[in-house]
Design a protein around this ligand. Structure first.
Ligand code: IPM
Ligand code: MG
Length: 356
C-alpha cells in the first residue's frame, strides 16, 4: 500500500497529520503501508516555482494512492494563473486521469442540529455526488482573457466528449446499483448543447443498467431541490463545474464542510483522497480545523483503492463513536454546547485514535 502524502497549504498540514496518525495505527496493526511525503500547491511554488513539480508527479505516479490536504492561500492570489496553487490540484487530477470524483454527503445523527436545515429535512441523509473531474469548462480550450474591439473579453469552453460522459456515467450507474438504485443526472440541457449531449449519452448508458431508475434534473432546479428535499436523492451524476458547486451545497446539509471526504479515481481505482474543503487560511495554524473529512478520506482510500472494507468500516465506526461521545471541533459544535466538549485538531485526532 504505497501512499503519497501531499499536505499542501493552509490547514492542509494540520489535518493531514491527524489522518497520517490513523494510517500509522493501521500500519502497526499489520497493514503493509508505506508513506512518502511530497509538495503540492503554494508550498511547492515556494520551494520549486511550480505548483505540481516533476518530483511530486513521479511520487504520485508510482504510488497506489495519494492523500492530499488542501491547496491555496491569499499569498499566492496574485501569481500568474500557471503558478497558482489550484493549478497544482487540477494538474495532478488530469495527469493521473482521475476522472471520477465521489463525494458522499452523509449526516451523522449526532450532528443533525449542526445543519442549518430542519432536523426532519436532513435526518438520515445519505447521498453520493459523482462529479466528472478531468473535463468540462475547467479544462476546455480555448480559454483566456484578451482584447477584442478595444475591450477585454474573458472566455472559457465548456466541452465534453462522448467517451468522457460514458465512463463517468458507468461509474455512477454502478454506484447507484450498489445503493438504493436511483440515479439523477444533472445538466442544463435547456440552454447548453454540451449538456444536451451529456443527457443523450447518459440515457444511452442507462440501457446497460435496467435495475437503476434514472432521472434528469436541470442544475438550477437541483440546487433548489437539494435544500428543499435532499433525501429524494440517492446518487447524483454531473459535470465538473456543476459538481463543484452542488457538492459544496450538499456538504452544508451535513452540518459542516469539515465532514466531507472525497475520492478521485482513475479507470483502475488508483485514487487521490482529499477533504472537499479548501485550505482555510483564516484558521490555519490555530489547531481548530476539523480533521474528520481527511480521516474519512482515508476510510474511502481503504475501501476503493485497497479493497480493505474492514479498515474503512473501522475508521468510520471510530468517528461515529467520537461524535457520540460529544466531542466536537468548533465547526460542528452547537452554540450551546459545553466548552469542555469543543476540541482542537490534534485532540480530535487523539480521540479518533483512542477509539481505533
Ligand atoms: C474542489 C475545489 C477545487 C475545484 C479548487 C480548489 C480548484 O473547489 O475540489 O471542489 O474547483 O475543483
Ligand atoms: Mg469545490
Amino acid at each position: 500500500m504505497k501512499i503519497a502524502v501531499l499536505p499542501g497549504d493552509g490547514i492542509g498540514p494540520e489535518i493531514v497529520a491527524q489522518a497520517v496518525r490513523v494510517l500509522e495505527a493501521l500500519q502497526s496493526d499489520g497493514l503493509p503501508i508505506e508513506l512518502e511525503n511530497g509538495l503540492i500547491g503554494g508550498c511547492a511554488v515556494d520551494a520549486t516555482g511550480e505548483p505540481y513539480p516533476e518530483a511530486t508527479h513521479r511520487l504520485a505516479s508510482q504510488a497506489d494512492a495519494v492523500l492530499l490536504g488542501a491547496v491555496g492561500g491569499p499569498k499566492y492570489d496574485s501569481l500568474p494563473r500557471q503558478q497558482r496553487p489550484e493549478k497544482g490540484l487540477l494538474a495532478i487530477r488530469k495527469a493521473l486521469n482521475l476522472f471520477a470524483n465521489l463525494r458522499p454527503a452523509i449526516l451523522y445523527p449526532e450532528l443533525a442540529n449542526a445543519s442549518s436545515l430542519k432536523f426532519d429535512v436532513v435526518a438520515g441523509l445519505d447521498i453520493l455526488i459523482v462529479r466528472e473531474l478531468t473535463g468540462d469548462i475547467y479544462f476546455g480550450e480555448p480559454r483566456g482573457i484578451e482584447t477584442r474591439d478595444g475591450q477585454r473579453v474573458g472566455f472559457n469552453t465548456m466541452i465534453y466528449s462522448e467517451s468522457e460522459i460514458k465512463r463517468i456515467a458507468h461509474v455512477a450507474f454502478q454506484a447507484a446499483s450498489k445503493r438504493q438504485g436511483k440515479l439523477c443526472s444533472v445538466d442544463k440541457m435547456n440552454v447548453l448543447e454540451c449538456t444536451q449531449l451529456w443527457r443523450d449519452v447518459v440515457i444511452e448508458v442507462a440501457k446497460d443498467y435496467p435495475d437503476v431508475a434514472l432521472s434528469h434534473m436541470l442544475v438550477d432546479n437541483a440546487a433548489m431541490q437539494l435544500v428543499r428535499n435532499p433525501k429524494q436523492f440517492d446518487v447524483i451524476v454531473t459535470g465538473n463545474m456543476f459538481g463543484d458547486i452542488l457538492s459544496d451545497e450538499a456538504s452544508m446539509l451535513t452540518g459542516s464542510i469539515g465532514m466531507l471526504p472525497s475520492a478521485s479515481l482513475d479507470q483502475s481505482n488508483k485514487g487521490l483522497y482529499e477533504p472537499i474543503h479548501g485550505s482555510a487560511p483564516d484558521i490555519a495554524g490555530k489547531d481548530i480545523a476539523n480533521p474528520l473529512a481527511t480521516i474519512l478520506s482515508v476510510a474511502m482510500m481503504m475501501r476503493y483503492t485497497f479493497n480493505h472494507e474492514e479498515s474503512a468500516k473501522r475508521i468510520e465506526q471510530a468517528i461515529k463513536k467520537v461524535l457520540v461521545s460529544g466531542r466536537r471541533t468548533k465547526d460542528i459544535a452547537e452554540s450551546n454546547s459545553s466548552l469542555g466538549s469543543v476540541v482542537g485538531t490534534r485532540a480530535m485526532g487523539d480521540a479518533v485514535l483512542s477509539v481505533l
